[in-house]
Write a protein that binds this ligand. Sequence first.
Ligand code: FES
Length: 233
Amino acid sequence: MSMEGMATPVAPPRRPGAPAPAPTHFKGDFLVRARQIVSLYPEPRSALIPLCHLAQEKDGWLTPEAMADIAGLVGVTPGEVLGTASFYDMLHTEPVGTYLVSVCTNIACLLGGAQELLEHVEEHLGVGVGGTTSDGSITLEEAECLADCNRVPCVQVNHRYVGAQTPGSFEQLVADLRAGTRSADIPTHGTLIRVRRTVGIEADPADVAAERAAEAEARAGREGLSAGKGGGA
Ligand code: FES
């Protein structure tokens, strides 16, 4: 699929100091999660990449509407979101299928038959790397190390590990995906992941506030110290 013909996100003209437009694409739980993510960072723009991952969890790729919402949430322009996101392979700025299949061909997987698997996958799906099947169900990508080197060749579907794959097991996996029988462990886009790390968003807000207050106090102390030194010179 191509973004040809799609509107490139354009920064709406906004006067300095004017409030950011309300999000229109992030809604419900996704908007709650987005605001939680922003609140984790002293500077909202530090949440740009995490919000891009959240948008991908929602849509599978970064839609212009999602980029506009991210821009408003972190105080940058949609163009800056696109400029940042397009730098990273893991962030998709073009549409992907219902399932994004990532085949690692880095060294450990390569030695474990990744190239042969990838060639079989391309033949079985009828698309090359970067392509999407005609039914829109699967987009294929070739990935760098996915950090699961002890189960090679490593494959992920929608960023979930599916273990080492053989040509035969991959064909079964595709059949299961298309039949919808893997929806419990490989949800489609638009499903917030249920298991999350136990720091960050899950950190006690009181701890976050206390750490920020301590940091602000330390910073004020440093600034006061340096102002005192400057005054005495
Ligand atoms: S080299 Fe493939 S997961 Fe590490």
